[in-house]
Design a protein around this ligand. Structure first.
Ligand code: CTP
Length: 403
């Protein structure tokens, strides 16, 4: 699985750096090609000679060698790997990654890298808990960087708590999983709708809903993690939009705008996931001027919006997979099955508003996967986790279509 995979390992100046030698050994033994880049301070913690011997390649840490003028091309280094791992990730390098500070070869390579990047943070517990670190970790994840979280245990300071770098064996397992999973959707185009739509009433008001976009964004990230080229069409949201080299983002406001964008993209898509909470109706007329308060009641005339999922479901070619969502409060399963049929979807992800921890705005979800003749319940889990399970189900459906 790792044979021939190119892994670039960035080692920064933390005590856990010595453990990277073990990871390099595990990867090389499994057949991976490993290139190590060290920050200048990392060599105080682990010897470049050890890493060069284990990786069977010279370790790079300087832009050029003073004696020979031979220089390391960070753009080429950034293009070389299938995966870049920075372990240990110190608070200093974390901060540089978030701000794009490129004062060493590892940072310029990170900024040039086109491959997925994963980090294994290692810090003392107070540094790890600090508000700045929390904020930086959040920003790093928004940039599409994966994180192998630190464990709780004894730290170099003698304190006990969270911040201990994940063991090399755990990092190795993460890398193995990454390569085994990332095959499934590589090169596939995936369209995802997410968030609410806003239907304008006048220049200042709209009809909208509470959809946060979290589920759709989690799906976009899960598909990208499987190697897909994701086209994410989303309505107005207040959470950060995923920034990932494999996710192209289209920001729209109304159902009609979402529909137009999806119709353009759909013919080239292998998979379409409609997770947006699209407004079923829009005001018949958008008033040019602000509606003034007059009588005790106000009548609004609404007209039907296009049903994006239904239109695409009916237009799909045999090789295309179309997935929808259903948010129900009564007769959940029956309604979801009805939608599966009416919208010609291959799968409906059913959300129940009656379950705790699911629905709009929550970080968790409890769903059922409804297909023709098959219903599966997924246990309550984080939206990221649920997204991974949904993507697995989609891969199965896609594989079945190809048989
Ligand atoms: N959907 C869509 N376009 C719409 C309405 C809904 O693409 N105009 C999609 C949603 O993204 C979701 C699915 O259809 O995947 C289910 O939406 P839902 O609102 O639950 O179903 P409706 O068919 O609108 O039925 P109802 O509101 O009556 O339950």
């Amino acid at each position: 699985m790792l044979a021939g995979r190119k892994v670039l390992i960035g080692i920064t100046g933390g005590i856990a750096a010595y453990k990277s030698a073990l990871l390099v050994r595990l990867l090389v033994k499994a057949g991976a090609e490993v290139q190590v880049i060290m920050t200048p301070s990392a060599s105080a913690f682990v010897s470049p000679l050890t890493l060069a011997t284990l990786s069977k390649r010279p370790v790079i840490s300087e832009y050029f060698k003073v004696e020979t003028g031979e220089w390391a091309n960070h753009v080429e280094l950034g293009l070389w790997p299938d995966l870049m791992l920075i372990a240990p990730l110190t608070a200093n390098t974390l901060s540089k990654m978030v701000h794009g500070l490129s004062d060493n070869l590892l940072m310029t390579t990170y900024l040039s890298a086109r491959c997925p990047v994963v980090v294994a943070p290692a810090m003392d517990l107070d540094m790890w808990k600090h508000a700045t670190t929390r904020r930086n970790m959040q920003l790093l994840e928004q940039d599409g960087v994966y994180v192998i979280p630190p464990a709780t245990g004894e730290l170099a300071s003698g304190l006990f708590g969270e911040g201990r770098m994940a063991e090399p064996e755990e990092q190795f397992e993460w890398i193995q999983n990454f390569f085994s999973k990332s095959q499934s959707l590589s090169g596939q185009k995936v369209l995802i709708t997410a968030g609410p739509t806003y239907e304008a009433l006048d220049p200042v008001r709209f009809i909208g809903n509470h959809s946060s976009g979290k589920m759709g964004f989690a799906l976009a990230k899960a598909c990208a993690a499987q190697g897909a080229e994701v086209h994410l069409v989303h309505g107005p949201v207040s959470i950060p939009v995923p920034q990932h080299p494999q996710i192209k983002v289209y920001s729209i406001r109304s159902a009609q705008e979402m529909f137009a964008q999806c119709e353009l993209l759909f013919p080239n898509m292998a998979i379409t996931i409609c997770s947006a909470a699209v407004a079923d109706y829009r005001p018949e007329v958008i008033q040019e001027e602000k509606i003034k308060k007059k009588g005790d009641t106000l009548q609004l005339n609404l007209v039907k919006n296009p049903d994006i999922l239904k239109t695409l479901g009916h237009a799909k070619k045999p090789h295309q997979v179309v997935i929808g969502f259903a948010l129900e409060t009564t007769n959940e399963l029956e309604n979801a099955q009805g939608k599966l049929h009416a919208k010609q979807a291959d799968l409906i992800v059913l959300n129940s508003m009656r379950k705790d921890g699911s629905g709009f705005g929550t970080d968790t979800n409890h769903v059922w996967l409804v297909e023709v003749g098959r219903v599966r319940e997924l246990p309550l889990a984080s939206k990221d986790h649920i997204a991974e399970s949904i993507v697995q189900a989609i891969i199965e459906i896609k594989d079945e279509k190809q048989v």
